[in-house]
Design a protein around this ligand. Structure first.
Ligand code: PRX
Length: 631
């Protein structure tokens, strides 16, 4: 814990050191880990390739840094506290020693079932401790996990399996979510029909619902582990070997597999976890994300466990059995650090303060947010009613690609400002660029958020397509990593994220490409063309507005709209279902045939008074017609 920053001057000092001599700075942090072989150089990089390597030629296993490094001192301490969906079901508390045994045992299972170093394993599971066991067992044997959020459709799952040519799927029979029981194995079966690489499926029994088990391919988890040794020697891997692939949406149609590697990711997630949340031994930390997203990877599993923390894992939803569930859990487990998304805060805010009243919330010391900009109203509500005016809010800005938190207050150290992610963490060299690629220096500037120096947990490539990685992140502004976000640096040098500047929308903290949703809509046989934009939504942050040209013959508009919604659910998953669908006679296009999204965004937002210049359109008359039919 010696790397913990405790004062503002300490932060300023550390930040300055991290910029003046990054190699010395990061090697000092990395020294507190257990390496089988030390690195030859701290960082080698260029952003042209891009080609980034941290702790070159160092050898390690990330799970040795969770277990072997901690067992002597923390063996009997809870590693995971699991709170089930149904509050009447038993809580599970798993100590470091117990988790170690489970991970070793499952590592042996994976090996026995044919998984070896470098193989890809898909994890499509509910929020149960076995999901963490699955991830860590892959890491222990040097296999590459790719967790797919269990709300994604069979098509999305199949696409991901095919893209990384996974050998195995780890899943469950079903999933409890609030009052619902959701089929999971069934989705896996459907997905595998469209793939060729899967050899085995291991199925955890969770809901007890009926499932088909394909003989020779499918194995029950409890049968697979029976009698298997709980000892396993970790595979020693290179610092730059792949740890995991996580698929995320971009502005093009197909999600890309963001690749993270072992050494740098380990160092950075631990460092940021310890500092941002100011975790102290004995605290209970809770992040409400799902392990299917990067937040779950870095700040439910890896960061906290590498730091020897107690991480709470929650299976359910914030409103089941009632809208006080989060607060009930905070009191029940005496949570000290609580980390959630603005969309959850806004959704709970809508229930008023009554659901909070039965709870004390007096164990909370730090409260955090992630995933989307937090509006000032939600910030104040969170601060006053949950933090009771005494907990610093850490508004953490980062991305799947950054692996860890980049801009955030350090709890209790950095003075906060509503809706501001505040200042970059040590090691993070930000730059704001105008659209011509000129860096805007000084304060009171606004532009494209970029990073000009590598950090240990940055993405290394996009799986199977390095050129796509270069194109997406390193080509807009030469020599910089481009985040896709707009940002403002105010008069105090504080950063406020303004949202995406590309064709990515952020719905309830979930990233979606407009093209991805359009592709799904276009799968409906009656759809001729579509255009999707985001619009401000009170709870979700952004909602999805789809303009669709359809062949209406023999169909009612209401039916067609419902069918289109179902098509999107089927192809991507319920999270991508458009909030509004408007059937339109045409889409505004430029003479070169490009859809003018600027106009569609204005209509979706209701800003129709000033449409700007529409004279360059091929079909200006369509704009009026769309405005008339707008919702
Ligand atoms: O637009 C930013 C927004 O979420 C995007 C990254 O999404 P994803 O890769 O799914 O990761 C989410 C969890 C790390 C960013 O490009 N975003 C994330 N955190 C914030 C945010 N926008 C504003 N404030 C934040 N704190």
């Amino acid at each position: 814990m010696s790397n913990k920053i405790q004062t503002l001057s300490g932060y300023i000092h550390e930040y300055a050191k991290s910029v003046q001599d990054p190699e010395h700075f990061w090697s000092r942090i990395a020294d507190s880990f257990h390496w089988q072989k030390r690195w030859d150089s701290v960082v080698e990089w260029n952003f042209k390739g891009p080609d980034v390597k941290w702790f070159t030629n160092a050898k390690l296993n990330i799970t040795e840094n969770i277990f072997e490094r901690h067992l002597y001192t923390l063996g009997d301490k809870p590693a995971i506290i699991w709170e089930p969906n149904n509050p009447d079901e038993d809580v599970r508390t798993i100590t470091y020693k117990e988790l170690y045994a489970q991970v070793c045992q499952f590592s042996n299972v994976l090996k026995a079932k044919g998984v070896s170093k470098g193989d890809r394993v898909i994890i499509y599971m509910p929020m149960v401790p076995e999901a963490a066991v699955a991830m860590l067992a892959c890491a222990r044997i040097g296999a590459v996990h790719s967790v797919v959020f269990a709300g994604f459709s069979a098509t999305s799952l199949a696409d991901r399996i095919n893209d990384c040519k996974a050998k195995m799927v780890l899943t469950s029979d079903g999933n409890f979510r609030g009052s619902k029981k959701i089929a999971v194995k069934e989705v896996v079966d459907e997905a595998i029909e469209r793939t060729e690489s899967i050899e085995k499926v291991i199925v955890l029994r969770r809901t007890g619902q009926d499932v088909n088990m394909k003989s020779g391919r499918d194995i029950w988890w409890h049968e697979a582990v029976e009698g298997v040794s709980t000892e396993n020697k970790a595979e020693i891997v290179d610092s730059e070997d792949m740890l995991f692939i996580l698929y995320t949406s971009g502005s093009t149609g197909k999600p890309k597999g963001v690749v993270h590697t072992c050494g740098g990711y380990m160092v950075y997630t631990t460092y940021t976890f310890q500092n941002v949340f100011q975790y102290s031994q004995g605290d209970v930390y809770w992040c409400t994300a799902d392990v299917g997203w990067i937040t779950g990877h870095s700040y439910i599993v890896y960061g906290p466990l590498l730091a020897g923390a107690t991480t709470l894992m929650f299976e359910g939803v914030p409103t089941y059995p009632d809208a006080g569930r989060f607060w009930a859990i905070c009191d029940k487990h005496k949570v000290n650090q609580f980390y959630t998304a603005p969309t959850a805060i806004r959704a709970l805010q809508a229930y008023g303060t009554e659901p909070i009243e039965p709870y004390k919330l007096d164990s909370l010391r730090v409260i955090g947010t992630v995933g989307e900009p937090i509006n000032e109203e939600a910030w104040h509500w969170y601060h006053d009613h949950i933090g009771k005016g005494k907990c610093p809010i850490v508004d953490t800005w980062w991305q799947t690609e950054t692996g860890g938190i980049m801009i955030s207050p350090i709890a209790g150290v950095t003075p906060t400002k509503p809706s501001y992610a505040t200042l970059p963490l040590p090691g993070i060299q930000l730059a704001i660029l105008d659209n011509d690629g000129k860096e805007l220096t000084g304060n009171s500037v606004e532009g494209n958020l970029c990073v000009k120096f590598p950090w240990p947990s940055m993405l290394r490539t996009t799986y199977g397509d390095h050129e796509r990685c270069r194109q997406t992140y390193f080509s807009s502004f030469k020599g910089y990593y481009f985040t896709g976000d707009g940002v403002k640096r105010d008069e105090d040098g504080y950063y406020r994220i303004l949202g995406r500047v590309d064709d990515v929308i952020n719905v309830s903290g979930h990233r979606m490409g407009t093209a991805e949703v359009e592709n799904a809509i276009n799968e409906h046989p009656k759809v001729i063309e579509s255009a999707v934009v985001g619009y401000p939504h009170d709870i979700k942050g952004q909602g999805i507005y789809a303009y669709v040209i359809c062949d209406m013959e023999g169909r009612s508009e209401a039916n067609l709209i419902e069918e289109i919604r179902q098509t999107v659910t089927k192809i991507i998953g319920p999270i991508a279902k458009p909030d509004k669908i408007q059937i339109v006679p045409g889409l505004p296009k430029t003479r070169s045939g490009k859809i003018m999204r600027r106009i569609l965004r204005k209509i979706a937002t209701g800003e129709t008074a000033n449409m700007g210049d529409t004279s360059t359109l091929l079909n200006p008359e369509v704009v009026e017609e769309i405005i008339e039919g707008a919702q």
